[in-house]
Structures are given as C-alpha cells and as structure tokens.
Ligand binder design. Structure first.
Ligand code: UGA
Length: 508
C-alpha cells in the first residue's frame, strides 16, 4: 500500500520506517527540513535503539523516502497517517491541537485521490469526530476521504519493537471500508496473531488516554506507598515485588523513585482532566490531579533528600547528576524529572554537573545553565553528593570504590531504587534511596529467593550460610556465589533447593 506519514517526530519517524519494514511504499513528511534531510540520509534525528538500521534498510530497498511537501503526500498516498505532536497548551492543562488541525487543513484540499486519513496522535476524546467533519467539508469535490483513529502505544526506547510487535492494535472507524483498509496495512501483524480491536472513533481515542492515565496512576500509587514506607521504616522495592506477584496487579510500572516524566504521561493526564471537565465529568477523574501532584512531589522530595545529605544547604556545594533523559534508552528530556531536579538544585546555589550517555545535547539546549560532562567520573569530580536520577545500565556498572576516589564526599542518592546499595555502602558511601529506609538500615530489606542448592550443600548434616558476592541479576533474581561456611550441626536433611534470605547485612 502507498502510505504517507505526516509528522516525523519520535512517533512518526519510527512508524514510517516500520511501515516500510512491513512492505509498504512509504513517504514520510515533516515541515522541519533539517529533520527530513537527516532522515533522507538514513540518520535518526533522535536516539532510538534499532531505528537507524531499519531506516537504512528501507531507504536502500526503495520502500521509504522523505519530503517536506504535504502536496506530494496528497498525490502519492492512499492512506495518510497523521503523527504530529499534541503537546500541552502553554499556561493550560489541555492539549494543543493546532499542529494536527493545520496538517488536516493543508492536506485535505490538496487530495487528488480517494483515501483514508488515520490519526495516530494522542488527542482529547471528540477530536476525531471534529476532524472527520473538517475532512468532509474541505475535501475537493468528487474525492472521498474518510477519517479513522489508530492510537499508538509505543514506548520510547522500545519504539521499533513496540511497533512491529505491538501488544494490540486499536482501530476506531466509521465504516467497514476504513476498517478493511487498516486491516490491510497491518496484515503481517494480524497474521502473527496480534489482537486487533475494532471500535468507534471515541473509544479508540480514549483507549490511548486511559492507558496512559492508568500507567501514571500505577506509578504514583507506588510512589505514594513509598512515602509511607519511608515513614514506617519499610522497603518499597520489596513491597512492589510482593504486589507484582499478584497477577491481577503485575510488577510493571510499580518502580518507585523519582516518578514519571516524558512527552506523554504528564501532559496526557492533564489533557484528560481538561477534556473530562469540558464534558462535565471532571469529578470522575479528579484523582488524576492527585496522581500528577504525587508525581511532582517526588522531584521536590529528591531535592530535599539531597539537601539533607549535604548538610542542609546547597550553597557552594558541588552536585553530580547521573542522568538527564526522562528515562533510560532515550535522549528525550521533555518533562525529565532528572533535569528538573538538577535545575532546582542549581537554583539553590549549587554547582551542578550533569552526565547522560545520550541526552546531553537536548539537556544543554533546555537547561543551558547546568554544566555537562561526557563521563560520569568527570561529573562526579569533587562532588559533595552524587544523585542517580535516570537508571541507565551504565550507572549500574559504576565502580563505587573508583568513584569514591574522585568525589569530595562519598554520598549518593539513588532516585531510581536500582543501585546495589550494599555494594556502595561497603565501599564507604552514605546511601539514600526513595522509600527504602529498612534496606539501608539492614534490619529488614531482606529478600527471599528460591535457590537450587549445589550438591555439596545437600548433605544431611550441612548447615549453610551463603555469603558475599550476592548479586542481583537481570529480572532481580539473585545470583549468589555461595561459599560454605563451617558446618553447623543440623538435624534435618536439606532438600535439593531451599529458600534463602538475601540480606544487605552479614549479621542478619
Ligand atoms: C508512554 C507509554 O508507556 C506508552 O505506552 C505510550 O505509547 C507513550 O507514553 C505515548 O503516549 O506515546 P513513554 O513516555 O515512552 O511511554 O515512557 P514510559 O516507559 O511509559 O515511562 C514514562 C515515565 O514513567 C518515565 O519517566 C519512567 O522513568 C517512569 N516510570 C516508569 C516510573 O517512574 N516507574 C515505573 O515503574 C515505570
């Protein structure tokens, strides 16, 4: 099928490359000439794992090209995906729809063939109906153009995978013809068994907004619980693990810490509240305002914790910030909690040095008042406190002993609750995290794991204590390197596997 993708930002560029990957002839269009020239050279205008490869492959294969001309798209395609941004309106909660309206107004009169126009942007419910009306009014005489809505659920950092192997496809249409058109587009994915939900325009629009609102609520829920953990001396990470084992709850999006950011969750919950208000349903989604507030409070709390660590004032202090992107595996700094914390600390008089593996350029243009470093060690040189705020894998691998030799004071705040605390503390660091006081004190914060015992431990008289080198591996499964301590008298024969409590403290 001949497809145009209008708007080649994080969503559109990925969608264009992926539609070509599915075998379609694709024209990507954007008004930003610099972006189009990068894409034409096979270079992604932002960091997204795997994107460059499929861009290059499909440009070479002749299935994908880019242009700044909407008129060219109007002539070329039988299906247009509209992927322009719908950011938060300045000074308001609602979404700014001017970009999407401008595209519709420019594209529609230029249409020269019957087509389907498919919105992918996240919009307030009711937008599609208004745009469908506009399409009908502005289309040239004799041209049948129909509107459909097909929200996108991709995550930055996994965008290619999420587009080519989506959890589900949601399609809102007003006719069987439009539905058939979208089934054609996604035929290769449907053959793989991807769930396909065919519905009306309003339900499709709401499906996206509701999904993001739910995810945001889940994160703020665990962050609210993290505050209670802090007050009660408990460990929110262990707590989230226990909740996650309940299949009705699930472990995803229960990682407490600095909270959510990015170009989607924050603005989508606000736009949802604004739209519900217009519809007279404000009371029903009032809790989302609280979700937003819990989230914003995380950033203030991180600043407070860091200030406490340096003795009550940032004035004249040096602060190292690890991470600027709103999450790992992206260079996106929109609504980045890390960057906001860095700026707030700078505003209190600290010298703030920021490191990020990919997002430094974007961070610098957004927050030019901060200092930026190419290496984490450089950012930490002479620091009075280190703040780990975006959980890039690189930071998990930092050597606390080595870093300890470059800082002025060995103090670290883990704003994402993923660092191996015991390792840092054993290397002499004062460690703080968000919602895990018991893990830090060592009195609780223990984890229990099923471990298959090596044969020497299966002796009927073996009593075992597993010590040292316990490491939390992928998926948070412990991979201890057991060392048998001197045998203790033991009455019962041990089974071939047992439950081992992993503790941060030897004495426990
Ligand atoms: C989000 C949704 O997850 C996608 O499904 C949706 O398509 C996308 O918005 C969109 O509307 O376009 P994304 O913004 O890429 O995707 O990021 P997420 O992976 O959802 O993370 C959002 C934020 O929540 C990040 O700052 C992350 O650090 C934070 N987060 C996530 C937590 O604080 N805790 C968690 O447990 C999970």
């Amino acid at each position: 099928m001949r497809i145009s993708i209008i708007g080649t930002g994080y969503l559109g560029a990925v969608h264009a490359a992926c539609m070509a990957e599915l075998g379609h002839e694709v024209l990507g269009v954007d008004s930003d000439a610099a972006k189009i020239s990068l894409l034409t050279e096979g270079r992604a205008p932002f960091f997204e794992p795997g994107l460059t490869d499929i861009l290059a492959g499909n440009l070479d294969g002749g299935r994908l090209r880019f242009s700044t001309s909407i008129a060219e798209a109007a002539r070329f395609a039988e299906l247009h995906f509209v992927c322009v941004g719908t950011p938060q309106l300045p000074g308001a909660l609602a979404a700014d729809l001017r970009g999407i309206e401008a595209v519709m107004d420019e594209l529609t009169p230029k249409l020269t063939r019957d087509c389907l126009v498919v919105g992918k942007s996240t919009v307030p419910v009711g937008t599609a109906a208004l745009l469908a009306d506009r399409l009908g009014r502005l289309a040239p005489a004799g041209i049948t153009a129909e509107l459909a809505w097909n929200p996108e659920f991709l995550r930055e950092g996994f965008a290619v995978r999420d587009t080519l192997q989506p959890d589900r496809l949601v399609v809102g249409t007003s006719s069987a013809r439009a539905d058939a058109g979208l089934r054609d587009v996604y035929a290769p994915l449907l053959e793989l068994g991807t769930p396909y939900i065919s519905t009306d325009l309003a339900t499709a629009e709401l499906a996206k907004v509701a999904a993001n609102a739910f995810l945001a609520t889940k994160i703020s829920f665990i962050n609210a619980v993290a505050d209670v953990c802090e007050a009660a001396g408990a460990d929110v990470v262990t707590l989230a693990e226990t909740l996650g084992h309940d299949k009705r709850i699930g472990r995803h999006f229960l990682s407490a810490g600095l909270g959510f950011g990015g170009g989607c969750l924050p603005k989508d919950i606000r736009a949802f509240v604004a739209r519900a208000d217009e519809l007279g349903a404000a009371d029903s989604v009032r809790f989302l305002t609280e979700v937003d507030e819990v989230n914003n409070a995380r950033r203030r709390h991180a600043v407070d914790l860091a200030r406490d660590l340096v003795g009550g004032s940032f004035a004249g202090r040096r602060v190292a910030i690890l991470g600027a992107a709103f999450k790992p595996n992206t260079d996106d700094v929109r609504e980045s909690p890390a960057l906001e914390v860095a700026a707030a600390i700078r505003a209190e008089g600290a010298l703030v040095r920021v490191h990020d593996p990919k997002a430094i350029d974007n961070a610098r243009s957004k927050r030019p008042e901060l200092d930026y470093c190419d290496e984490p060690e450089k950012a930490c040189e002479g620091a009075d406190v280190v703040l780990h705020l975006t959980e890039w894998k690189d930071y998990l691998e930092l050597d606390p002993a080595r870093l300890g030799s470059v800082v002025r004071a060995t103090r670290i705040l883990d704003g994402r609750n993923v660092l191996p605390l015991a390792r840092w503390r054993d290397a002499g660091w004062t460690v703080r995290s968000m919602g895990r006081p018991s893990a830090l004190s060592g009195s609780a914060g223990q984890r229990t794991a099923a471990v298959r015992l090596p044969p020497p431990c299966r002796s009927p008289s073996a009593g075992i204590v597993v010590t040292g080198a316990g490491r939390w591996g992928e998926g948070r499964r412990p991979r201890p390197s057991p060392r048998l301590l001197p045998r203790q008298p033991h009455q019962e024969p041990l089974p071939t596997s047992c439950s081992v409590t992993i503790s941060d403290r030897l004495e426990s």
